[in-house]
Design a protein around this ligand. Sequence first.
Ligand code: MSP
Length: 506
Amino acid sequence: MKKYYLTTPLYYVNAQPHIGHAYTTVAADVLARFWRSSGRPVHLLTGTDEHGSKIEDAAAEAGLGVKEFADRNSAAFRELWSHLDIRYDDFIRTTEPRHESRVQECFARLIESGDAYKGRYRGYYCVSDETYWTETDAPPDEKGRRLCPNPECRKPLQQVEEESYFFRLSKFQEPLLRHYKENPGFLLPAQRANEILRFVEGGLQDTAISRTKVKWGIPVPGDPEHTIYVWFDALLNYVTAPQSGGAFTDCWPADVHIVGKEIYRFHAVTWPAMLLALGLPLPKSVFAHGWWTVEGQKMSKSRGNFVDPREVTREYGVDAFRYFLLREMPFGNDGDFSLDALRKRYNAELANDLGNLVSRVEQMVDSYLGGAMPGRDQDGAPSLAKEFAAKGPQLAARMEAFDFCGALGLIWECIGRLNTHINEKTPWKLVKTDPEATREVLFDLVRGLRIVAGWIEPFMPQTAAKMHAQLGVRQFPAPLSPEQVLAGETTGLGKIHKAPPLFPRK
Ligand code: MSP
């Protein structure tokens, strides 16, 4: 059965992972967990991008051999992903033989077909972005310097003149435009489509895909003076990884490549053109998310304001960090990260709305009913749990549309309903006059919470596990579907018990 195949970018190993890298990876993990829990087989690929001058220079600066440097930093990404509960199916490093040999095969195929040819490159190169720029892209500024036209970068460009292999990108202008038109779900979110369309309609030039001055790269087959351009090398990981794991036919074409907006063009233009040249089907969609600023500022080396996810999670826990990333900024938009905003959401939405609700319900079941699951379904009786279950398709539609923020919004609406229900029914009063009615109210609340626990698992796996255990559900780690909760598959399995607050107030 075809798997839902999704990818993150391969992160450069020149620096330590920060919140930006964590963002893309958490989003991909949430999506992967959501589809897994809906019973769909999933393949999530991530990894590290390790060739090129950027890495070579950073290793030299650190006084380490490049391979040793890459090993160390690639491990830092892996360790962070494990700390953040990222459950990936494969982690690829572009320095692995399984990748390098296949990249060479692809390169050779393009030479053979004539879609790659040898020429001479004259122009500019940005090492920081690993991007080629033409003279017209980067006119000299008032001081006569040519700076990287990417507003996020603005580093001085290198002037390059060397023999180079070129990829015949120009040939794919029309096929790409046709593909965009025929597949409106390809360029996502939709508001990104225009900028790509305009760019491609403006005409595509062949692009250089090899360097002679860069030694830290995959040699061009049959012409080892040249190394393969790091982007040509890195993009291919999306096919080399599943090919080498024997998962290619189950995975390809990818369902979505999730990337930051700054590398969208590589994924929305260059990559599909490479696939067309290689005769491979194109991914179903390429999604560009926005960028985080930090306390209103761009993150930069000079400001030294990179947010280290480990520091945030030390204070707030992994789940609150994951939650905040996806709740604060709608996927596709830009947004700002601040500890103040995080603390506010933590206290209001996690400690109060959710944590306090769970404690109150458990406390009541504990003291009024000795921790036993309170009662059974009353045919036809109005029930919040049933209402929630009916919202399952709506939730799935939001996840299908990569609308994490909307999905969380819907879950929190349900949490709000449970809180209002307690306040309206006042079980602490009701229990004195009508124990049977109290049972029914608590029964509904527990089932509502069990549904919520299953729903939040993709976003907050640790919290979901705690909630399942506290709510007497022994089936975890497979999150329960609302239908299973309603069918009472878990009823009576375990005692409902109080536990320390899920989110102690900060
Ligand atoms: N190595 C390339 C990608 C090759 S993919 C075949 C690369 N690596 S990177 O280390 O620079 O990581 C880029 C990714 O980090 C972006 O796509 C984005 O996912 C994430 N972010 C980096 N800074 C970010 C923010 N400030 N905000 C949000 N995400 C950002 O590019």
